[in-house]
Design a protein around this ligand. Structure first.
Ligand code: AFP
Length: 305
């Protein structure tokens, strides 16, 4: 099997973009180590989202920030844990990276799988850009094994961190079935106020679909990509009127990863996630993502009301 380095080298990606991806993946190795060796307790701080930060949230953010800050290729970066964009080389940089350094941190205390998510855009900054402008995206899942899905040039591939600390290609050209048999139905707390979402649940149950819901965006979407089948739903409700998940560093990268695997990714009105303009670093969106025909069916159900 090819190493990530060799796979990138043989690709058509500019060497500068290859280097940025490798720096992000270097950060993931330190993150994987921190997760298995450092405390999972609370930090006593809250982030810009008003969410209680765990010590590991801050540690993983520090790892990504430090590594990206060292690169002359980085124009700026944006993190879930940082209120504002951080300019590194500005107009002298080539790429801007948005990342969620530790997604699903509420799963740490139960030893659940967590992940890091990233998206890479050309140029300096994010406002005014869209998911379709991403030049590469990916996530790392920290579980019994550390694995990653990395997407560029219209394809999505899986890599696994091997014993010598190198990512090896383990699955090339992921391809998602069009009809879901697996469903990861998020935000069930919306059911009482959204009877149309109950119809979505009934749709999955009537089709005898298999429920797989971990409560982490990375493990839930990773199941769909590894099984090459499934659908993930996280609609809005009164607590999160625009949805809970963030466009810039969660939904836009995940949408590209999924679409480059032949799936689809829209909001609950059916707008392609990749077409939603980034107007605020931490803006939220609803998301329906996975097997393309099933995404269409769920949006139709939600829209019929
Ligand atoms: P945490 O980072 O607070 O664990 O939230 C994880 C997350 O942002 C995303 O990874 C999940 O898909 C989603 O929230 C789960 O939300 P619920 O807790 O409402 O199921």
């Amino acid at each position: 099997m090819s190493s990530l380095n060799k796979f990138l080298y043989k690709s058509t990606l500019p060497s500068s973009l290859q280097r940025v991806i490798l720096e992000i993946m270097r950060a993931s190795k330190y993150t994987a180590h921190a997760i298995t060796t450092e405390e999972t307790g609370k930090s006593g701080e809250t982030n810009v989202q008003g969410e209680e930060q765990l010590a590991l949230d801050m540690r993983c953010d520090e790892i990504f920030c430090n590594i990206l800050s060292e690169s002359e290729l980085i124009a700026s970066f944006a993190s879930e844990e940082q209120e504002n964009e951080v300019e590194i080389n500005g107009e002298n940089g080539k790429y801007s990276v948005a990342f969620d350094p530790l997604d699903g941190s509420s799963l740490l205390d139960v030893n659940g799988c967590v992940g890091s998510i990233f998206g890479i855009w050309e140029g300096n900054g994010f406002i005014g850009k869209k998911g379709k402008d991403l030049v590469a995206s990916g996530y790392i899942q920290y579980g019994p094994r550390t694995t990653a899905m990395i997407s560029f040039d219209g394809k999505t591939h899986e890599f696994t961190l091997c014993e010598v600390g190198e990512y090896q290609l383990t699955k090339q050209n992921i391809s998602i079935d069009s009809i879901a048999k697996i469903f990861a139905i998020g935000n069930l707390r919306a059911l009482p106020e959204r009877p149309e979402y109950k119809k979505v649940l009934d749709y999955f149950l009537e089709n005898k679909n298999t429920l797989r819901y971990a409560g982490g965006m990375v493990p839930d979407i990773n199941t769909i990509l590894c099984k090459e089948n499934g659908i993930f739903t996280y609609p809005s409700h009164s607590e999160y009127p625009n949805g809970k998940l963030r466009l810039l560093y969660e939904c836009a990268p995940m949408a590209q990863i999924m679409m480059n695997a032949g799936g689809n990714a829209t909001d609950e009105e059916g707008e392609n996630i990749e077409d939603i303009e980034i107007v605020q670093l931490h803006q939220r969106t609803s998301i329906i993502l996975g097997s393309s025909s099933s995404v269409d069916d769920v949006v139709d159900i939600l829209q019929k009301k």
